[in-house]
Ligand binder design. Structure first.
Ligand SMILES: [Cu+2]
Length: 207
């Protein structure tokens, strides 16, 4: 800003009109307009073409590697991620679910189906995948794969209400065996909890 302002002041002082002196006229004719217009069009076309070339792989879908979850036979592991004020719920293929933390097997292509029950939420685990919105009434998809057995943190990226900042998530990448153990444990715990609730209802003590 300082450079531009100083340059402007200099030019205004240097070229201000002087008594009796006729200012120089810049005459160009039609040619110049076409040359400038043509150059800008070419530049815009080039940007467009390069943009398409370099973002084409954004459509690419990963395929599972050798060390991935074998039971899928190369198909991506489909997991539903539902955003609700202000928590993420993950539904795995065989009835298991978890809140806040998503557990996935390493070296396996994951297809996350993003849904929302209320407002727009953004699933944002930037070390694993692109940012994507969970929009009510719509299904968005995010694909990712990693062989890095680690924990990845995700933050909120869209204002989805007063507690949006607390709407974090985490992705834990584990070996396929550990993943299957996790699913089994979740299913057992869910079943045990359901049994407890049903037992209370039968005995008349509503939980
Ligand atoms: Cu949210």
């Amino acid at each position: 800003m300082v450079v531009v302002t100083v340059a402007l002041l200099y030019v205004v002082r240097r070229f201000r009109s002087q008594r009796g002196a006729e200012p120089r006229q810049l005459l160009s004719g039609r040619g110049l307009q076409f040359r400038v217009g043509g150059f800008l069009t070419l530049f815009a076309t080039l940007l467009f073409v390069l943009g398409v070339v370099f973002t084409d792989n954004a459509r690419e879908r990963p395929t599972s590697g050798e060390a991935g979850l074998a039971s899928l036979k190369g198909e991506p592991l489909k997991i539903k991620a539902t955003g609700q004020q202000w928590l993420w719920r993950y539904d795995y293929p065989n009835g298991a679910f978890s809140y806040y933390k998503l557990v996935v097997p390493a070296d396996t292509a994951v297809e996350l189906e993003l849904l929302s029950t209320d407002v727009v939420h953004t699933w944002n685990v930037s070390d694993l995948a692109r940012k994507a919105d969970a929009v009510p009434g719509k299904t968005n998809r995010v694909f990712f794969i990693t062989d890095d057995e680690d924990k990845f943190e995700g933050n909120s990226a869209t204002l989805s209400g007063q507690s949006y900042a607390a709407m974090r998530t985490a992705v834990e990448v584990v070996s396929p065996e550990e993943y299957e153990d996790f699913i089994e444990t979740q299913n057992e715990e869910i079943e045990a909890a359901e049994d407890r609730v049903n037992g209370l209802i039968e005995s008349g003590d509503t939980p």
